[in-house]
Design a protein around this ligand. Structure first.
Ligand code: ATP
Ligand code: LTN
Length: 334
C-alpha cells in the first residue's frame, strides 16, 4: 500500500528552535515519518518576507536543518530539504498568485497582524503573498496531510480553495490537502509570560527554552519559571497557567499523563517539581544539542544530505509543475 503524503515546514528564523517547536512540531513529525511519506522543508523563502541578514540566514538555515535531524527526522526516511533548493516553489507560487483574489489574501489574519505590527512601509508584497507560497509548497507534492499549529489553519484552508479552484478551471491537477491541527496539549507557553506562546521572536529570552542552549541555562530558566501562590502541582490552564504549562512540558517529555504527575507531586512544593522537570529537559535536549552540534561541525556533509534530498523533492515538484504549465496553456519550449 502506498503511504499517504505529508508535508510540513518551519522557518529558519532563529539560531535555535525552542521547546514549543520541539514538542509541538518535531516530536510529531518524527513519529509520523514512518507511517507517512513525509516531506519536511526549511522554508527560507518564507523567512525573507521580513528582512534577514544574508550571512545569518544561511547559518540559521543550516542550523534549523541540523536540529530537524538531531531531533530524529531521518534524512534517509523523510525528504528533508531546503525550500530554495527546489526552484519549482517560487514558480508555482507565481502561478497560484494569478488565481488568488486580492481580497482573499487580504483576509489572512497572520498578514493583518504582522503588517499592523511592522507598519505599511515596512510590509513587503512578499509578506502579503506568503500564504500563496505556502500553498505552492503543499500542492507541488500532492500532499494529503499538513500538520501545523492552529495559527496556520487559515493558510491551509486557502491552499484547499486554490487547489479546488485550479482543478475546476483546468482539470484535476492537485490533491486537496487536509490540515492536521496540533493538539492543544502540544502548545507550549512562555515560561515568564504563560499567556503567550513560546516564540522565537519573544521580546525577552527569559521565558524561552532553547533546544541548543547550555543545559545549566535551561535548568535555571525552569527554576525561575512563573508559577502561582497556591503551591500545588495541579493542571488548570485558566487559574494556573504557569504550572499547567510546566506540566504540559513534563507530560510531553516523560510520556506521562497529567493525572499521574498530579499524583506524584501531591503534597510537595513547586521546588521538587521544577527540579525534576529541569532534569527531564536537560536529559532530553542535551543529546539533541550534541547531535546538532556534531552535524554543524561538518557542514559539507550536512549540505550533501540536503542536496540529496533536494534532488528527491525536485523530481516530484518538477512533475507537478510541468503538468500545471501544460494545463494553463504555457507554450512548451522546443
Ligand atoms: P515565531 O514565533 O518567530 O513566528 P515560531 O517559534 O512560532 O516562530 P514557526 O516557525 O512559526 O515558529 O513554527 C514552526 C512550528 O512550530 C509550527 O508547526 C508551530 O505550530 C510550532 N510551534 C511554534 N511555537 C510553538 C509553541 N509555543 N508551542 C507549540 N508549537 C509551536
Ligand atoms: N507558515 C508555516 C511554515 C510553512 C509551512 C509550509 C507549514 C511554510 N510552508 C507548508 C506547513 C506546510 C509556519 O510559519 N509555521
Amino acid at each position: 500500500m502506498t503511504r499517504q503524503r505529508l508535508y510540513s515546514g518551519m522557518q529558519p528564523s532563529a539560531d535555535s528552535l525552542h521547546a514549543g517547536n520541539y514538542i509541538g512540531a518535531l516530536l510529531q513529525w518524527r513519529d509520523m515519518q514512518s507511517t507517512y511519506d513525509a516531506f519536511f522543508s526549511v522554508v527560507d523563502l518564507h523567512a525573507i518576507t521580513v528582512p534577514q541578514n544574508p550571512a545569518e540566514l544561511r547559518e540559521k538555515t543550516r542550523r534549523t536543518a541540523a536540529q530537524y535531524i538531531a531531533a530524529g527526522i531521518e534524512p534517509s526516511k523523510s525528504t528533508l530539504y531546503v525550500q530554495s533548493h527546489v526552484r519549482a516553489h517560487a514558480e508555482l507560487a507565481w502561478i497560484l498568485s494569478t488565481i488568488t483574489g486580492f481580497g482573499e489574501a487580504g483576509r489572512m489574519t497572520q498578514f493583518k497582524d504582522k503588517s499592523s505590527r511592522y507598519g505599511q512601509d515596512s510590509t513587503s508584497v512578499g509578506l502579503f503573498t506568503y500564504p500563496v507560497l505556502m500553498a505552492a509548497d503543499i500542492l507541488l507534492y500532492q500532499s494529503e496531510l499538513v500538520p501545523v499549529g492552529d495559527d496556520q489553519k487559515q493558510h491551509v484552508e486557502l491552499t484547499r480553495d486554490l487547489a479546488e479552484r485550479f482543478n475546476t478551471r483546468f482539470g484535476t491537477t492537485f490533491t486537496v490537502p487536509e490540515p492536521v491541527i496540533q493538539k492543544d496539549t502540544a502548545r507550549i507557553y512562555d515560561l515568564q509570560n504563560p499567556a503567550s506562546k513560546m516564540s522565537k521572536s519573544a521580546e525577552s529570552e527569559a521565558g524561552v527554552l532553547w533546544l541548543l542552549d547550555d543545559p545549566a541555562k535551561s535548568a535555571k530558566k525552569i527554576m525561575r519559571a512563573v508559577t502561582d501562590t497556591e503551591g500545588s502541582v495541579r493542571f488548570d490552564r485558566g487559574a494556573k497557567p504557569g504550572v499547567s504549562n510546566l506540566m504540559t512540558i513534563y507530560s510531553a517529555l516523560a510520556g506521562r499523563d497529567l493525572a499521574s504527575i498530579e499524583d506524584e507531586y501531591a503534597g510537595r512544593g513547586y521546588g521538587d517539581f521544577k527540579k525534576d522537570l529541569a532534569e527531564l529537559v536537560v536529559a532530553e535536549f542535551g543529546p539533541v544539542r550534541e547531535r546538532a552540534n556534531a552535524l554543524l561541525d561538518d557542514p559539507a556533509e550536512l549540505d550533501r544530505l540536503l542536496a540529496v534530498n533536494a534532488a528527491k523533492a525536485d523530481a516530484v515538484a518538477d512533475a507537478t509543475l510541468a503538468d500545471v504549465y501544460d494545463r494553463i496553456g504555457l507554450l512548451r519550449r522546443a
